[in-house]
Ligand binder design. Sequence first.
Ligand SMILES: Nc1ncnc2c1ncn2[C@@H]1O[C@H](COP(=O)(O)OP(=O)(O)OP(=O)(O)O)[C@@H](O)[C@H]1O
Length: 257
Amino acid sequence: MAVNVGRSAETAVRVGQLTRTYGTGPQAVTALAGVDAEFHRGTFTAVMGPSGSGKSTLLQTAAGLDRPTSGQVWIGAEELSRLSETKLTKLRRSRIGFVFQAFNLIGALNVEENILLPLRLSGVRPDPAWLEQVIGRVGLADRLHHRPAELSGGQQQRVAIARALATRPEVIFCDEPTGALDTQTASEVLSLLRSVVDETQQTVIMVTHDPVAASYADRVMVLADGRIVHDTPQPGAQRIAEQLALLGRRQLATQGS
Ligand SMILES: Nc1ncnc2c1ncn2[C@@H]1O[C@H](COP(=O)(O)OP(=O)(O)OP(=O)(O)O)[C@@H](O)[C@H]1O
């Protein structure tokens, strides 16, 4: 693996020897057991693996929402453990976007206000041309004054994606973004994430259980027991499903032995 990563212009995110342990003593749970990974600009990575394998923990620590127990995280050239909470919050607000399964929109705000919220929080003046592009791309121009409760699940997730894009972040972390959506709506949301990567060279890192969702990515990383066990260029939904099934069988065999 390249040693100099973190300083490379092409690297959007890098994690080095990342560990995260919850609790102490006999109750301690190792969620990440030493993960090394690099995510280049303009790429779309799916993070997969069995329940409890550490996917969400990897996303949360890589996104600076949670501090690792040990190891490093770089966003571009910035190493997060060196940052104070205030600087980390600032970096998260300006350089990182988040999309969650549960949309996490503010019910009392309309679509436009939800989309503008990260800019308001970080005190950044909106770039009207960029916002127009984002709103057009997610197809919400005629819904700007609606409240989230007046929208379908797919529309709400598109608002969440527009909100994540509003600050023009370098990287967008998505945790099961299609977990609450039907197949057709999920495919619209995934195509949208794909276009974010292809058209504006942003970086998407997405946790998913769904091999079809993962097939929109360029690369599939599979975790098991807090480690990367597969890291391959996107092999297609069928192959991904086979890999996961094999992993599941291996885990069952280990638990049974
Ligand atoms: N706040 C916490 N306190 C204690 N243990 C935790 C906490 N968060 C996660 N864990 C444990 O860490 C391990 C990894 O959890 P994580 O949520 O990262 O897995 P995951 O692969 O995202 O799982 P899932 O697919 O079920 O969402 C699990 O054993 C989990 O129980």
